[in-house]
Design a protein around this ligand. Structure first.
Ligand code: 0A1
Ligand code: ZN
Length: 880
């Protein structure tokens, strides 16, 4: 932990590495009280570096240095300088071999960076800068080397020894120990290094690639999880086939391995040939995982697999380029998920996340461009902006170029840069070169932070049959950036006639037949478009499919919203119109005591959704979800969360009372008698059923209560079980709630992934998750301060989802979070820094709240020995 102020690192200071590493030879001796790491590096001066006399500087963190030898000769203390975070050797030859021995203590590594232990097994996490916690190394992604790794450990405790590439040697050693040697033929940056040692069961399958090579697929899990691998394995095979079909990408090694570990800071990691997953993002069975979990697992397995090309074969030059691999790979996994299920539903889910969480980030103190210009701690930059906005930026290129030219561009990118560490600019250039399009203005999406605002106005000239649309673009200031330039924005739209039919969009000068949907390209501060031959005043359907990550301001009337909800041929915009209507109704109710203010047309619109079985049920399931509190907060100027919460609940209750009989009928209709399936139709059925149940319990409906209890007892899958549990937990049936929670825990107490869901459903509930309840959960025997999933499921769910309780006007929620962050800062700074996020948005809230949030942040700021991770987040959010 540090005492001095952390340094800021700037993109503008980038220099090529002074030294390159061709090969890395590692030998790990794993013991219970620590591990000895022998590393031999083949190093040479980088011919592209200007600094011919630069000293050799290797990064290190928390290492005990045992010895250093250069070309086989041991160095003495005076020959090198061990500065703790750096090992410096002043004078080295052009080419040499450097052998370093370090001692580390994986069993005490609670940060979960580098080599650590998780439920008895050894595992690694090296992205972004974890490799330096294993041995001294130039820990930067533009140093790419070929790795050979020998692992030695006790045979009985650690029968399975894994690393990247192919196993090339194995054998017995003295004292019941054994070894396995792995060789990875592909040069890679050290952040893609991985090692696993444990007592794991192996699940095998095979995949035959498009060129006919047989790939050995292996999953390694703890024996108790042996039956939870099928879904991930199937997802993996679908991903491999999809990447061949859609991107022409074939897998390159002979083995592909997936390992599940319980203690993991993030979701999963794309280490070459050896992906390591958070158990909750890979293990699933019908009894233990919800539909949402099944879908998330499929998407994450695909994401990590797709990184093999977008990330590993072509990697990042430096960490400012993180979105090069993450934005592109999220775009790829979201295309994949869309192809596997319902594209409209997938788009709705992506946009929901973007508009609530990414927009909030982009409007807050940590706002940064998709390609940041500076950072203190890179772990803080695995953000929604890098991932989700980065994916939207790639999506816009796809929209501007069209699928064929986009594919030409990605082919060129992979071919041109295979084996290289490159920049987002190289990516855009490949797209330009393949398509002949000029994307110079488009590049601003990578450089300017903030969510653009499009203010749209329109005018209809009935006499001339001309509809005129004016779109003005502004980009708000963000920390360190003001007076931004207009960006290049693809704006998809359609116009609907009074009968609901799409109108041809004929712009001045159009000769050929006009399409009913167009993508307008906005490049200036203000644009005006004139559509000709429009018979009567149309209803505009703006920003279809959410064609750009922007906010649209247009003076919608409720009639227009209802009209679009019924008629828009774009499913996404139909959903969005419904959201807008619900937002409008909820916002008007805030501060108004009178439920009569609830527009009866909202009730009728929902009645239609619930009763009209001819509608796309997957879309209906989404349309029935009222906008979340988080989204309503995001839209507010100065949020009073308890007031937002009450207004939203009143609308829900009003709808539930008015539609009570329809909800019961809907529940009965969606009954699923066949075998459990994870198809879009089956998912929609379960979702509708559980929404109906939730609404009925909101209004203390006794029939609803009986249905919930029965569903809980009879469920053959976790989606239904959790749906019933959640409905009861969020109801006023206190005895049922207690009973349901106890029974559930007794049934699943031995399954950590289910216990996490059990924690989360309580912590996120305004009924079961008051602060005193949360404090009880923290002392529950199943809670574990060292396990990130448990921390997220209790503290993260409380502060991120139980918003009315977290924003208790007495400030207790804020003080609680500050205490937990301080506590976690010493053991796991990455997790601590993520948990602070809700407090950092303090400026968004009404003064009575924001001042107390600010004080909570100041308490964290004043903690002694604050980690760099938390320091950066807290200081940036208090600044200015
Ligand atoms: N590259 C991974 C994400 C990841 C990042 C950092 C980690 O440890 C601090 C772990 C995983 C991905 O995008 O899936
Ligand atoms: Zn990723």
């Amino acid at each position: 932990m540090r005492t001095s102020q952390p340094q800021t690192i700037y993109l503008s200071d980038y220099k090529v590495p002074a030294y390159l590493v061709d090969t890395v030879d590692l030998r790990f001796e794993l013991f219970e009280d620590g591990a000895r790491v022998h590393s031999t590096l083949a190093i040479r001066r980088n011919p592209d570096s200007q600094e011919s006399a630069a000293p050799l500087e290797l990064d290190g963190d928390s290492l005990v240095l045992e010895s250093v030898a250069l070309d086989g000769t041991a160095l003495s203390d005076g020959d090198y300088e061990n500065r703790g975070e750096q090992l410096v050797i002043r004078s080295v030859p052009e080419r040499f071999s450097l052998s370093v021995v370090t001692w580390i203590e994986p069993q005490n590594n609670t940060r979960l960076e580098g080599l650590y232990k998780s439920s008895g097994m050894f595992c690694t996490q090296c992205e972004a800068e974890g490799f330096r916690c294993i041995t001294f190394f130039p820990d930067r992604p533009d140093v790419m080397a070929r790795f050979r790794t020998r692992i030695e450990a006790d045979r009985e405790a650690y029968p399975v020894l894994l690393s990247n590439g192919n196993d090339v040697d194995r054998g017995e050693l003295d004292d019941g120990r054994h070894f396995v040697t792995w060789e990875d033929p592909f040069p890679k940056p050290c952040y893609l290094f991985a090692l696993v040692a444990g007592d794991l069961v192996e699940k095998r399958d095979t995949f035959t690639t498009c060129s006919g090579r047989d790939i050995d697929l292996r999953m390694y899990v703890e024996p108790r999880n042996a039956e939870k691998c099928d879904h991930a394995m199937d997802s993996l095979k679908r991903s491999m086939r999809w990447d061949e079909d859609v991107y022409g990408r074939e897998y390159d090694l002979d083995i592909f391995m997936i390992v599940a570990v319980d203690d993991f800071n993030m979701g999963a990691m794309e280490n070459k040939g050896l992906n390591i997953f958070n158990s909750s993002c890979v293990l699933a069975s019908q009894e233990t995982a919800t539909d949402l979990a099944f879908q998330r697992i499929e998407a994450i397995v695909a994401h990590e697999y797709f990184h093999n090309w977008s990330g590993n074969r072509v990697t990042c030059r430096d960490w400012f380029q993180l979105s090069l691999k993450e934005g592109f790979t999220v775009f790829r996994d979201s295309q994949f998920s869309a192809d596997m299920g319902s594209p409209t539903v997938k788009r709705i889910e992506d946009v929901t996340l973007l508009r609530t969480a990414q927009f909030a980030e982009d409007g807050g103190p940590m706002a940064h461009p998709v390609r940041p210009a500076s950072y203190m701690e890179i772990s803080n930059f695995y953000t929604l902006t890098i991932y989700e906005k980065g994916a939207e930026v790639v999506r816009m290129i796809h929209t501007l170029l069209g699928p064929d030219l986009f594919r030409k561009g990605s082919d060129l990118y992979f071919q041109r840069h295979d084996g290289q560490a490159v920049t987002t600019d190289d990516f855009v250039r490949a797209m330009e070169d393949a398509s002949g399009r000029d994307l110079s203005q488009f590049r601003l999406w990578y450089e300017q932070a903030g969510t653009p605002v499009l203010t749209v106005s329109d005018e209809f000239d009935e006499g001339r049959g001309v509809y005129r649309l004016t779109i003005e673009q502004t980009i708000p200031d963000t920390p360190g950036q003001s007076n931004k330039k207009p960006q290049h924005i693809p704006f998809a739209l359609g116009l609907l006639g009074s009968d609901g039919q799409p109108l041809p969009l004929r712009l001045s000068g159009d000769e050929t037949e006009a399409p009913t949907e167009r993508v307008l390209e906005l490049t200036e501060g203000v644009h005006t478009f004139e559509f000709h031959g429009i018979p009567s005043e149309p209803v505009p359907s703006l920003l279809r499919h959410f064609s750009a990550p922007v906010r649209v301001r247009y003076p919608w009337t409720r009639e227009q919203m209802l009209f679009l909800m019924n008629h828009d041929p774009d499913g996404f915009n139909r959903w969005d119109a419904g959201q807008r209507l619900a937002v409008d109704v909820i916002q008007r109710l805030i501060g108004s005591p009178d439920d009569a203010a609830i527009d009866p047309r909202l009730v009728e619109a929902y009645r239609k959704l619930i009763t009209d079985t001819g509608l796309d049920q997957a879309l209906v399931a989404k349309m029935l979800q009222l906008p979340s509190e988080a989204y309503l907060i995001e839209l507010a100027e100065s949020a009073d969360v308890p007031a937002i919460h009450r207004a939203r609940e009143r609308v829900l209750e009003h709808l539930a009372v008015a539609l009570r009989d329809e909800l019961v009928a809907c529940y009965q209709r969606q009954h699923d008698s066949g075998a459990y399936e994870v198809t879009p139709e089956a998912i929609a059925r379960r979702s509708l059923r559980n929404t109906a149940l939730g609404w009925l319990l909101m209004i203390n409906d006794d029939e609803g209560r009986a249905l919930a209890v029965r569903q809980l007892n009879e469920a053959d899958n976790m989606t239904d079980r959790m749906g019933a549990l959640r409905a009861l937990v969020n109801s006023d049936y206190e005895a049922d709630r207690r009973q349901a929670l106890d029974d559930f825990y007794d049934r699943f107490r031995d399954d950590p992934q289910v216990v996490e869901q059990w924690f989360s459903v309580q912590a996120a509930s305004d009924r079961a998750g008051q602060l005193s309840d949360i404090e009880q959960l923290l002392v529950h025997p199943a809670f574990d301060w060292k396990n990130p999933n448990k921390i997220r499921s209790v503290i993260g769910s409380f502060a991120g989802q139980n918003l009315a309780a977290f924003h208790n006007p007495d400030g207790s929620g804020y003080r609680f979070l500050a205490d937990q962050v301080c506590r976690l800062d010493d053991s796991n700074p990455q997790i601590a820094a993520r948990l602070v996020t809700p407090l950092t948005r303090w400026r968004k809230f009404a003064p009575a709240y924001s001042s107390q949030m600010q004080s909570a942040l100041e308490r964290i700021r004043d903690k002694e020995g604050l980690s760099r991770d938390v320091y950066e987040v807290v200081h940036k959010s208090l600044a200015g």
